[in-house]
Write a protein that binds this ligand. Sequence first.
Ligand code: P6P
Length: 337
Amino acid sequence: MTLDNISLPIGIPLDRFIKKKQDDFPYASGELSQLLRDIALASKIVQMEIARSGLNGIEGAFGVTNAQGEEQQKLDVIAHRHFIDAFTKGGEICAIISEEEEDIIDINPQGKYIVAIDPLDGSSNIDVNVSIGTIFSIYRRVSPVGETASKKDVLQPGNKQVAAGYVLYGSSCMLVYTTGRNVNGFTYEPVLGEFFLSHKEIQTPDGGNYYSVNEGAYRSFSPEMKSYIEHCKGKEMSARYIGSLVADFHRNLLKGGIYVYPDTQRYPQGKLRLTFECNALAFIIEQAGGLAFNGQKRIMDIVPDDFHQRVPLYVGSKQLVNEALRFVKTDTQKALN
Ligand code: P6P
């Protein structure tokens, strides 16, 4: 029984877990710990809003399109505002970039951290009671404390993340995050209003039987991607695609599988956003022993040109991602690595 098992047992409240793990940080001034608590707080409020959305008239479209040109759902906007509010009150953050906002949201020039967030991913599923999620990445600012955040702060590659995670609003509400030392999952107990450690040091299986792709776009896939899909069918893998990235990712993380959103005619660069979705999941999957690529290179090595940029995503079990890359990687990239 390691010390961690003694001091960090299953069932420990999130707050106590954060405090005990704080000494993992050479910079442990407690600000990152407080930031994680802020995220947990906002997640509890968003979970409550989602649970009641069918009763309090906040389902449906908000009537505005976001920076992605997507029609915002009312809960998209509500979730966005709850996280911004929590970060503003917390004070640890210099600035935020959100999928729901075109520009950088300046919070506190004295803040040391930058947050990239997709406040509520899977919007198309909100009104039909299917799992949805929040995805976040935390970076240390690169500009001097005291100044307003710069583009440099928000265009960092994923390998500069100091923490990343997601909240899954599903049959139970879970917060799963990493600070670069393992991945841990916390289940929310709504009566007590607390997250408790339920999935300790998650490791994803090297292989698996699930593949998650929207095959409705099959005709617009590249020939290489079509060959890969035929390969999955030939192996009689199980197709599982919920249309909520966090839900598909979480199942594959625990059971083994691969999620792919490739370049298509509608999304020539892929649909998913590098800074708001892919980097956080890439950090988590690598900490859990898996891989995340854009089809050619490691997701976390991509330096963003624009914090709204989209990339193709191949993420999941190591053996499955490597197998997919053998189909879609160009000969040049194969020669490089
Ligand atoms: P499609 C939701 O909008 C999302 O960003 C992910 O959560 C999900 O996996 C994907 O897009 C679904 O996209 O084109 O298959 O409907």
